[in-house]
Design a protein around this ligand. Sequence first.
Ligand code: SF4
Length: 337
Amino acid sequence: MIIPIFLPHLGCQSRCIYCDQDVITDIEKDDIGTRIDESLAGRKGPLEVGLYGGNIFGLNSEDVKRLFSYFRSHEDKITNFRVSTKPIPLDPEVIAILRENRTTVIELGIPAFNDHILWFLNRRHTTADLINAFSMLTGEGFQVALQVMVGLPHETLDDVRGTVRNIVKLKPSYIRIYPLAFISGTPLAAMHEAGAFTAITFEETLQRTVLIYLNALQHGIKTVKMGLTDNEVIKDRIVGGYYHPAFGFLVKSQAFHQALMARVIEGGFTGYATVCLNSRDISHFLGYKRTNLARFREAGLSVTWEAANIAPGTFILKTGKKKIWGTIFDALSELNK
Ligand code: SF4
């Protein structure tokens, strides 16, 4: 079980333009120990602790030691830590302290593998910094995951393909994909209001996420999360970009719809067809509020479905004597063009 502990802005020496972390954690002034005690009190081990919401690499070695000292009284039930951070600065002493304190997984944030976009977002690091950190940390024996984003200012489809290429090349332990939401009060929201960039549509955001998700999956890289969850955003403050409580579900449904349509078109299916698929995939096949069924009808196909003893992510399309197999990756035939 992973217990997430959010330490907003801890160690961030600058603010990303989309950052809505109003509260800045100060390791000297804030009572982090009490917050940690409250999160862990009454919980039985074994527990993994996730330290999220800041840039642990931005802390000096003394502060990192101090941070872990707050966990001493819970030591016997904690198996390991995972931390999220920017890829800079890379201080070998900080990294050694993380390892000594049983940190096994490090999640590196890299919204895009495009230095101009990183500059625009005020990330204060480059793609080369990320690649350098990734290689050093994996070399040190850490599992390294990546957090990427879609729908960024000035992002093109080529940028997203660049994200895909880098994910496939680096082979992170897993990834998280976040569509960008514009939160009121942030520089990003003000820039958007002033017309400094044009946001892409929700459909395009979904497509770009499908592109990353499916390519990663095809290379054995799991996406553990897509989109922010309800408790991570104050919905009233979202003034642009995209947030949807079921974003991950929408992405998987879109992938299923596109894969099926690719095979429908290729096989020349019209009229009626039956789709056989693993029972775990039925909800994604139907889509959010069954919208995929309506989309099939609009494309001239009335579909029924049956659960079948086949691998998740695969399907069989049947009509009359015609029968063809497909997989969710068939969606990539169009997306990767
Ligand atoms: S890394 Fe950026 S988005 Fe994350 S807490 Fe720091 S300033 Fe905010």
